[in-house]
Design a binder for this molecule. Structure first.
Ligand code: AMP
Length: 224
């Protein structure tokens, strides 16, 4: 049993889920003039939705709630509160997932007040119905039990953060030296996902570069 419930999402999943999401929007009869990607998780799905619905207009808003993998901040903020004129346009606000829904609610409110489109509807790949404050107009998959989806666009930063959490916990129980193979083995026990050798190496190298780990003759130690 994993210590943190995590599920790996592949690039193929993302394309298929975005295709499915676009189909739902099309079937509803809603014809957006502009897609708004919620940065950062909504970028890839939003671009794919533009392709599947053949929409040219794509803008973005950065509403941030979770700054680290599986760790929520207290409240969401609009990071760059610039204004664009969307009057007379119907908008589709696209994100990867509605978890608490805080960041999308904030983005939608900001867009309605400041960008003034005639309508905004929300489309996401996944909706965690047990956690979310609202149900989006369009979603591809309903998730009933909370899990952290390891999307391909956060593979390195999630692996990095997951290692950090795992190593800090293991250190509390007296462990302070690992080989690379031990790091990977522990990671797979903790999270039950395999992100592949390149991501494991990149994450461990980043932890060394950032001064969290030190390496000597193939052994890694926490640098506290
Ligand atoms: P929220 O405001 O709680 O709905 O989440 C804001 C953003 O955090 C989402 O758009 C995702 O990019 C990321 N996020 C939140 N929960 C998850 C999750 N369970 N799995 C993967 N990413 C998540």
């Amino acid at each position: 049993m994993a210590k943190v419930r995590t599920q790996l999402v592949s690039w193929e999943d993302v394309v298929e889920w975005s295709r499915g999401l676009a189909e739902k929007v099309r079937a509803s009869g809603y014809m957006p003039d502009v897609v708004i990607a919620v940065a950062r998780g909504g970028y890839v799905p939003a671009r794919l939705i533009c392709d599947f619905l053949m929409i040219n207009n794509l803008v973005s808003i950065q509403s941030q709630h979770w700054t680290e993998a599986a760790k929520a901040e207290e409240r969401a903020i609009i990071k760059f509160p610039y204004e664009v004129d969307l009057s007379g346009m119907k908008a589709l606000l696209v994100d990867d997932i509605v978890d608490t829904g805080e960041s999308l609610l904030l983005a939608k409110d900001f867009i309605m007040r400041k960008w003034k489109p005639t309508d905004v509807k929300i489309a996401v790949l996944q909706w965690i119905s047990s956690a979310a404050k609202f149900k989006p107009e369009y979603y591809h998959l309903e998730v009933r039990e909370w899990v952290w989806f390891q999307y391909p666009w956060t593979r390195l930063e999630d692996t990095y953060q997951f290692f950090k959490k795992m190593l800090s916990e293991e250190a509390k129980y007296g462990k302070n030296e690992w080989t690379f193979e031990e790091l990977v083995k522990s990671f797979m026990e903790w999270y039950e996902i395999d992100v592949g050798d390149k991501y494991f190496r990149d994450a461990v190298n980043s932890l060394v570069r950032d001064g969290f780990l030190e390496e000597e003759k193939g052994k890694y130690k926490l640098k506290l």
